[in-house]
Design a protein around this ligand. Sequence first.
Ligand SMILES: *Cc1c(COP(=O)(O)O)cnc(C)c1O
Length: 387
Amino acid sequence: MTAIPYSRQTIESSDVDAVVAALRSDFLTQGPCVPRFEKVFAHAHQVSEAVAVSNATAGLHIACLALGVGQDDLVWTAPNSFVASANCARYCGADIDFVDIDPDSRNLSISALREKLIVAERGGRLPKVVIPIDFSGLPCDLREMRVLADRYGFSILEDASHAVGARLGNQPLGGIYADIAVFSFHAVKIVTTGEGGMCTTQNPELAHRLRLLRSHGVTRDSKEMIGTPDGPWYYEQVGLGFNYRMTDLQAALGCSQMERLDDLYERRDALSLRYDRLLAPLPVIRPPRLPDRRSSYHLYVIELDAAQCPADRATTFKALRDAGIGVNVHYIPIHTQPDFQRLGFRRGDFPVSERYYSRAITLPLFPQMTEEQQDYVVEALGTILAR
Ligand SMILES: *Cc1c(COP(=O)(O)O)cnc(C)c1O
């Protein structure tokens, strides 16, 4: 059997046709596909505003700016994420800090957040923005976080990079509790545009700011101008922005992929349920399933519980890789990265994230994975753990 990757994009001939059609059209960028993709995405996530960007990292950056994050502001996120969740605040000159995760959901812990807010209020320095992550596609508990956000006056910027198609209380993510949510279309994510991202919000003023920040802070709308147009060519830079635009080629791929979102979700869901069943006899902790929300199953992460099984993570990981299984680890806690240690964070600062990390292995999961491949992964794991 050839090596099984931990994730893989699903590209159908309809995707190829959509991109080729965009290539042959009049526009390679800023044509009709980007607004169409935004509309399709907003509709699927039941939000009024969607702003496509070049990648989710860029989206997180301008979302922080749109929410007013600047020099000396404070932003909190969870250590169990990709570094981009924390870097976005640093790009704005803000200070970053972390809230440890809940060991069961592996998402930012609401009780740890509540405690940290009490201490922060006493100390006179509350966060301006909190960035929860829907880790592995499992929605973070934003209903309770919304209550805290309103009580303490911070904004919620949801890093929903993993969570296209996920649901909280039967509603898609993107705007019901978060001020802004950001999704990623990197090749390994649920829906891909190669590189790409989407910011969603229910707030038209925030969407307006995001659109300006995405494109140089430049407007062609005379109502937004400070001066008077001296001709039809006239545009104005009304603030400092970036070129964080998505191309029409990418948006054409995105639209085509979104047509299959339900199929992609169902395949991931079926495979994850099958993993749950096959792994039940093994001494591993399976990902949580919560009755009030549905994960998009971007990642299927097991934990090796020392109390149940003596196998150590490094040995198990290497044996799986040697068997041609593309396992991975998500995530090295952000605060343990050298560039964050330089900011003063230390190992031991967020023990739940660190313990989770020491036992986590991401098993392969992608829509085109076959049951035969899945059986092979589980059999290999069973053999390794029985040694
Ligand atoms: C992938 C990812 C990002 C970054 O997305 P890009 O589109 O690659 O910039 C940010 N946060 C999380 C949690 C991610 O998984």
